[in-house]
Design a protein around this ligand. Sequence first.
Ligand code: CTP
Length: 225
Amino acid sequence: MDILVTAGPTREHLDPVRFLSNRSTGKMGFAIAQAAAERGHAVTLVAGPVSLPTPPGVTRVDVVSARDLLAAVERLLPAHAALVMCAAVADWRPAAASARKLKKAEMRPVLALEPNPDILRTVRPLKGGRLFVGFAAETGDPLAEARRKLADKGLDLIVANDVSQPDAGFAVDTNRVTFLTAEEHAPVALPLQSKLDVGRALVAWLERRAAAAPHSASQASPETA
Ligand code: CTP
């Protein structure tokens, strides 16, 4: 299967040295890409600014901002049967960005922002028979929010995790996630495990789902979508 994975944060620059971003390190998305490549899938990994090596056998495309990420996903999606949106996309960007470093005296204490596009919502019309997977990283019980995002973004699967836990959030090598799907009502809570093993469980889910609907996900192409 051709699998498109996004990972890491986006950066929304105010000037060449200042930006808005978040705590994502890309570890979860890179682990998914590694797990998929290990199983012999063709993987394209669209990565925000992270300091991680590209997993063997994975094709990597680097991006900076949410708008770069959207452009990459729109360009690459037609050749892929599954999209795993693990990137922590910045929801807002500075309303104005300067090409040169701003001087302190020119800056105001209140920053004007404008919304970034929602990538999953924007590419939803291109879904066709493709499998779409999202992530819901929340602080506190993530299930209610994950269920809302599953429906709202038209996903096949959402992976929920509580990032306020020290062993399941940012920058650590383990995760404790729950899978919620559009069809099955009961959430499936996975034990605490390495992010690579979470990635393997996610890839196994994609394989099962593609096998159950061989004329959709596994054959998604620009023509059939
Ligand atoms: N996502 C996206 N485009 C955005 C923001 C998020 O495609 N601009 C994707 C993420 O990659 C993830 C899913 O949507 O797979 C949920 O992301 P999250 O940040 O939890 O959701 P938001 O829609 O930003 O909702 P909120 O900020 O209200 O929690």
